[in-house]
Ligand binder design. Structure first.
Ligand code: SF4
Length: 384
């Protein structure tokens, strides 16, 4: 079992390196499929002596292929999908007087915090799964069906910046109908570094390759999920354009960028003064919730990430002694967005095809079954 987790990395993660290594060496008819999270494509470079902030997206995909992966999909694809589902949910709540503020739901440490400490806030959480949760579902349900493969033969491995993602895959809500997990293993960025070194793969000199279709294409909006404020900025790029019919006045929504513990912004949204906030770091989240309960802060939409800086500072990322490594990682991520032609999740052609030929539309019955989840009050168990 490699489900032991600590969102801040104070406890060493229970490593899956040996198990994944053994499966890759002896597949025995199994199909091994990987997904790589937005933050990992920059941080993995540090495992191989490169400067923090170095972008290694294509080398990451190439290293996984060298290790023996049968397909390498991109969690960025489902980050774009998250924006379509979460953004549509937000628009629906605003239009139909649903529960507000709506809270983002991609950080599993934040979800644990709500279920265990603030269960009264469960209705505020978006029901959209995290990008890892969406990809796990699509690999064993959509991709398996498309390829004519028995989902039981698939070993689905995530590469994540995050130790809390190891816990997320054990959630009973994220299983197939027969109860088997949708995602089998989570390797942190550090663990993947170990696995690549164990196999003597010359990471730094690998030729860059793209992720695999049909779950590999993504926009710059997906890349910035790695940074605090990124989910908010990506959601606004899409929700604003769909909700108002006009593009967001600026593609770089700077008020939600940077390392301030709480960032606020407001924007005119069809005559509504739409207020958003971004909070990162566990202590800051507790402070925000207490202020919200006292009526000292009020927003329509709030992004919460438990790690400082967001996922670039996750507990599974490389350890660094460089003073400004988080800033460098953050800048590396924004650089990917800057160089991508597509910057809005809803223009991703692979996402459009998935809706056209499979999911139908955001928030459809099928989308709800595959891409959404529910939460449980776990406060009693926690307090025992
Ligand atoms: Fe994991 Fe990112 Fe949340 Fe940290 S902020 S616990 S890395 S999802």
């Amino acid at each position: 079992q490699c489900s032991f987790y600590c969102p801040v990395g104070a406890i060493t993660e229970n490593s899956c390196v040996r198990e994944v290594h053994n499966i890759l060496k002896n597949k025995d008819g199994r199909i091994v499929v990987f997904q790589t999270a937005p933050a990992t494509r920059v941080a993995i470079s540090e495992e191989f002596g490169m400067e923090p902030g170095t972008i290694s997206t294509g080398k990451l995909a190439a290293a996984l292929r060298e290790l023996g992966a049968d397909a390498v999909f991109d969690t960025n694809f489902t980050a774009d999908l998250t924006i379509l589902e979460e953004g549509s949910e937000l628009l629906d709540r605003v239009a139909n007087k649903g529960v507000l503020p709506m809270f983002t739901s991609c950080c599993p440490a934040w979800i644990n915090m709500v279920e265990k400490l603030y269960p009264e806030l469960i209705p505020n959480l978006s029901s959209a799964r995290s990008p890892q949760g969406m990809m796990g579902s699509l690999i064993k349900r959509y991709w398996a069906q498309k390829m004519g493969v028995d989902p039981k033969k698939i070993v689905s491995v995530s590469v994540m910046p995050c130790t809390a993602k190891k816990d997320e895959i054990t959630r009973p809500q994220l299983t197939l109908d027969d109860g088997t997990p949708e995602t089998d293993f989570v390797l942190t960025t550090r663990e993947l570094g170990k696995l690549i070194k164990l196999n003597n793969i010359p990471f730094a000199s690998l030729k860059e390759i793209p992720h695999d279709d049909p779950l590999g294409e993504s926009t710059g909006a997906a890349d910035i999920f790695a940074n605090t404020g990124g989910v908010m900025e990506a959601a606004l790029r899409t929700a604003y354009e769909i909700g108002t019919g006009s593009p967001l006045p600026t593609m770089h929504f700077t008020p939600v960028r940077g390392f301030d513990s709480m960032k606020e912004a407001h924007i005119d949204f069809n005559g509504i003064d739409f207020k958003v906030a971004v909070v990162h770091g566990a202590a800051n989240i507790h402070k925000y919730i207490e202020k919200m309960k006292k009526g000292e802060v009020s927003h329509h939409f709030v992004e919460f990430m438990v790690c400082k800086g967001g996922c670039i500072g996750g507990g599974g990322e490389p350890k660094s002694i460089s003073a400004d490594y988080l800033l460098k990682r953050m800048n590396g991520i924004y650089k990917i967005d800057d160089t991508k032609e597509m910057k809005k999740s809803h223009v991703n052609p692979s996402i459009q095809r998935l809706y056209k030929f499979f999911l139908e539309k955001p928030l459809s019955h099928k989308s709800h079954k595959l891409l959404h989840t529910h939460y449980k009050d776990r406060s009693t168990n926690f307090n025992k």
